[in-house]
Write a protein that binds this ligand. Structure first.
Ligand SMILES: NC(=O)NC(NC(N)=O)C(=O)[O-]
Ligand SMILES: [Zn+2]
Ligand SMILES: [Zn+2]
Length: 450
């Protein structure tokens, strides 16, 4: 009797961990069950992927969908649609800028209920670590957070307080015992706030004044201090959205001497420069800020050298009104979760020969491995039938109407990409195809195996 499958994707170039090969892949009951040059048998659905590249769907380790509570900025519904349009099958949502923030079990459950109802794709949640919730870490761990997030500087949101050194020490001791990673937004609060206050007092509010108040030393100093805390406590540390090559170097050196530390970077730091931000304006404001071209060249070298754990979007949208004003004063955060994979194909693979396998790992497999999410992130037997079908050589210019974000605003609007996502498949089911979301929300909660 011939074999029967739910789905067979035929003759695509499969981007597997071991390399890129032309093959068929079959899915049954949401899982990959066979990979072979030619799979014989029937399927309820067959996709002809000849001429396309088949990536494992991406997992974005760092987004702010702002739901519940700040749904006028973004929602889980719109954010997860955008993610799927960019080849994403899963995301980990940050504990802020939703409100209330995810600082205890009650608010975790509130967010979970929204995602169960509205998320097109799979999701995990970060818990927060602030001076106010040191006694809530256990209950958040029990809820199934992927890890904890803290800021050493002002987070932009009053109710998500910065982590002082006492909280860092006690928090990391607790997380080391619980076995959960801490991700830290590293910028020196004293320097940033003093330089910002001085700039404001002197009416210096331009993009260059913002860069000066968040100069590289604010990140470098802070990364080295957080590494010391991790080394002493044994807590697994992930540096959030690292922007300077010098900070990456500190992380690599520490890891080489045995500290459990790694770093995430964000597409912006690889694709845009300070001059681009100056030209684009507040739409490209984020923190830490986007650095100069020289730093960017070094960041690509670090990427090719395997020094980043994973690459996320740090999708942090807001009501566009909050971007209207003087650069130093407006909201910091960039909308980008729809474009990470296409960006890396364009600027990584096509421009710099970054291997496709590395891009697949940086946008999916590694994230799931770092956070111990079972069965996700690669094209392999037993893993979820998650795929992004890509026309690797197709060029397209991004128009605002193509964005699924609540607000069709992004510094990448108007950019030309090479590498277009034509279809996204989550656990064997197509959720996005030819520019359209084609499924109701089917996301499920991803819990780490801690
Ligand atoms: N409150 C935020 O969304 N902050 C985010 N903002 C950025 N990156 O500009 C972040 O991750 O730090
Ligand atoms: Zn941050
Ligand atoms: Zn962020």
């Amino acid at each position: 009797m011939s074999k029967r499958f739910d789905l067979i994707i035929r003759q695509g170039m499969l981007v597997c961990p071991e390399g890129v090969t032309k093959a068929d892949v079959a899915v049954n009951d949401e899982k990959i069950v066979e990979i072979a040059e030619e799979i014989s048998g029937e399927a309820k659905e067959t996709i002809d992927a000849a001429g396309k590249y088949v990536f494992p769907g991406a997992t974005d380790g760092h987004v702010h969908f702002n739901d519940p509570g700040r749904t006028e900025w973004e929602t889980i519904a719109t954010g997860s649609n955008a993610l799927a349009a960019g080849g994403g099958v899963a995301y980990f949502d940050m504990p802020l800028n939703c409100t209330p923030c995810t600082l205890d079990a009650k608010n975790f459950k509130n967010k979970l209920a929204v995602a169960q109802r509205d998320s097109l794709v799979d999701y995990g949640f970060w818990g927060g670590l602030t001076p106010k919730n040191l006694d809530k870490l256990e209950e958040l761990a029990e809820c199934g957070v992927v890890g904890f997030k803290a800021f050493t500087c002002f987070s932009g949101i009053e109710e998500f307080e910065r982590m002082d050194d006492y909280t860092a020490l006690v928090g990391m001791e607790k997380l080391a015992k619980l076995g959960y990673p801490l991700m830290v937004h590293c910028e020196n609060a004293e320097i940033v706030s003093a330089l910002t206050a001085r700039a404001l007092a002197n009416n210096k509010t331009t993009v260059r004044d913002y860069f000066a108040a968040h100069s590289p030393i604010t990140e470098i100093e802070n990364v080295s201090r957080m590494i010391s805390f991790a080394e002493e406590t044994g807590c697994k540390l992930i540096i959030a959205h690292v922007s300077t090559a010098r900070a990456v170097e500190l992380v690599t050196q520490a890891r080489n001497r045995g500290v459990d530390v790694s770093c995430e970077t964000i597409g912006h730091y690889l694709i845009l420069t300070d001059d681009d931000v100056e030209r684009m304006g507040t739409v490209a404001k984020c923190s830490p800020p986007i650095r100069d071209a020289q730093n960017q060249t070094k960041m690509w070298a670090k990427l090719l050298n395997g020094e980043f754990a994973f690459i996320s979007s740090d999708h942090s949208p807001c009501d566009p009104k909050l971007k209207d004003g003087e650069f130093l004063k407006v909201w910091g955060g960039i909308s980008a979760c729809q474009t990470t994979l296409s960006s890396l194909l364009t600027h990584g693979y096509h421009e710099r020969k970054v291997p496709l396998v590395d891009i697949a790992k940086l946008t999916g497999q590694n994230v799931n491995e770092v956070f111990k999410i079972p069965g996700k992130g690669k094209i392999a037997i037993g893993f979820d039938g998650d795929f992004a079908l890509v026309d690797l050589n197709q060029e397209f210019t991004l128009h605002a109407e193509q964005l699924f974000y609540k607000h069709k605003v992004s510094p990448y609007v108007g950019s030309t990409f090479r590498g277009k996502i034509s279809q996204t498949i989550l656990r064997g089911k197509t959720v996005f195809k030819d520019g359209k979301v084609v499924s109701k929300p089917i996301g499920k909660h991803l819990k780490p195996l801690v």
